[in-house]
Design a protein around this ligand. Structure first.
Ligand code: ADP
Length: 483
């Protein structure tokens, strides 16, 4: 692009220059003569009338003619009707030439003198060789004499040749210097256009980082400003569009995730309810059809039905709790209470079961730790941890519940000996219905809701929770702000 503008400017310049040269040369060849003749005629006519005015009065004719000769640049003479030269500016040699010339133009002179109404006559002699041409001016004087001035015309021819050369040489000079100037000028002119073009291209590729630098207040400056405005508006609009799109994608992804969770939840719940329900149905059927052989057996049937109903009851209660916590509908009701006392109370309920399993329970707490929290929910958390510890502790194992109470936070740890939790399961056990089957027994005794409920309650209290495999067992922890 830069080159095309340069080439165009250069071409226009050269064409104009050549055109002017051509006009000069034509003018020089065709009109220089006329201009020369016209100019000289004007001068000599003036001289002639001055001379004529003074003629016959007392004035130094010769001195006047010599002065006039200086102005005119040719010879002047006064001749009588016999072509005899009187006062003149001629040297002796030159006057001979004048004599010869007068013979040549005798006829025109005669015609002229016979004409009453003409005062002056201009003769341009033309011979084969233009250098020997003359212009001859003849004017009538009162006493029948003639004022005659003559100038070699060849000077014009010489001048014309010189002018021609001068025009050509100066033309070439102008062309060279002009080309250099045009080259740099066109470069300067094309550069901002090129810059604007590059930035427009970048905009087309949706890259809005670069802006046009406005350096002039002309049309290019205005164009640059417009391009910058386009860039700004476009980038703004695109950004808004991208943001809106990202938000939309996020929303869609959230919606999808929620939908997946809902489906999984429904399938999990139905699965969880199916087993106890079919057992209840089976045993109730058995009772109805008197399949039980004796009273003991029918009592067993009833126990199974009661047991399964209880399980279902638990499950549904847990589910309702979890869904109300996770939906954000549930609001915790905080009160001040001693957490040490609550820990002792909640763990105390497990003593009998643990003793029956030969599990040692150790509680390590400070004397007192006041906290501002939802007592019932925190109790649920402690119960779930204890129930898990009781479920997963190995036979003759050990459970340690320890607690640290700082000015701002409470940290509680539930350690029990037993199987480790795989790294792969670590992050998932906090999700609802996620259960890990025992590596030894291949069985699982829970519903997979306990830790999900813990997590929801801890989050409602703006606390945190976690798990790590400790020496010979696992260690769950929670941290709660005290207020
Ligand atoms: P579950 O009803 O199965 O216990 P949870 O949500 O309470 O459901 O626990 C999820 C999973 O975390 C369990 O299936 C179990 O594999 C693992 N887990 C929880 N507590 C313990 C623990 N004290 N020791 C070992 N594994 C545990």
């Amino acid at each position: 692009m830069i080159y095309s503008i340069r080439v165009k400017l250069f071409a226009v310049f050269v064409v104009l220059l050549v055109l002017f040269q051509f006009i000069f040369l034509i003018a020089n060849a065709y009109f220089l003569d006329d201009i020369f003749i016209w100019g000289n005629k004007r001068i000599i006519t003036q001289i002639y009338y001055d001379f004529k005015d003074n003629y016959g009065k007392t004035f130094d004719e010769v001195e006047y003619l010599h002065n006039a000769n200086n102005d005119f640049g040719g010879n002047i003479a006064v001749i009588d009707r016999n072509n005899k030269i009187g006062n003149s500016t001629y040297s002796r040699f030159a006057s001979d030439r004048m004599g010869r010339m007068l013979i040549n133009i005798r006829q025109p002179i005669e015609n002229f003198t016979n004409q009453e109404d003409e005062d002056t006559l201009l003769i341009v002699s033309s011979s084969q060789d233009a250098r020997f041409n003359n212009i001859i001016f003849i004017g009538k004087l009162p006493d029948n004499k003639l004022f005659i001035a003559e100038k070699p015309y060849g000077v014009v021819y010489e001048s014309s040749r010189i002018a021609e050369n001068f025009i050509i040489v100066s033309g070439i000079g102008t062309l060279i210097i002009g080309s250099i100037i045009v080259f740099f000028l066109s470069g300067r002119l094309a550069k901002p256009i090129l810059r604007i073009n590059n930035i427009a291209k970048e905009i087309a590729e949706l890259n809005f980082d670069n802006k046009v630098k406005i350096t002039s207040k002309d049309e290019l400056g205005t164009l640059g400003k417009s391009i910058n405005l386009i860039s700004h508006t476009l980038s703004q609009a695109l950004k808004e569009l991208r943001d809106a799109n990202a938000k939309l994608e996020e929303d869609i992804e959230k919606e999808r995730k929620l939908e997946r969770m809902r489906r999984k939840f429904v399938s999990n719940v139905s699965h969880e309810l199916k087993t106890p329900l079919s057992m209840i149905q089976g045993y109730a059927d058995g009772l109805k059809h008197n399949i039980a052989q004796n009273r003991e057996e029918s009592e067993y049937y009833c126990d199974v039905i009661i047991d399964e109903s209880e399980k279902m009851n638990h499950l549904i209660k847990d589910l309702l709790d979890l869904s109300s916590y996770e939906s954000g509908v549930f609001k915790i009701v905080k009160s001040h209470f001693d957490l040490v006392e609550l820990i002792k109370e909640s763990t105390g309920k497990f003593r009998t079961v643990l003793e029956s399993k030969d599990v040692k329970l150790e509680i390590v707490t400070p004397e007192k730790c006041m906290i501002h929290a939802d007592r019932l929910r925190i109790e649920q958390v402690l119960r779930n941890f204890m129930s898990n510890a009781e479920k997963y502790v190995d036979h003759q194992g050990k459970i340690i519940v320890s607690m640290e109470c700082s000015n701002t936070h409470v940290h509680i740890q539930f350690y029990n000996t037993g199987e480790f939790i795989n790294d792969a399961d670590m992050n998932h056990i906090w999700s609802s219905f996620y259960r890990v089957e025992s590596q030894k027994t291949g069985a699982n005794m829970g519903t997979g809701l306990g830790l999900a409920i813990v997590k929801a309650i801890i989050e409602m209290h703006k606390g945190s929770c976690g798990v790590l495999n400790a020496e010979a067992g696992v260690s769950f922890w929670i941290e709660l702000p005290k207020v």
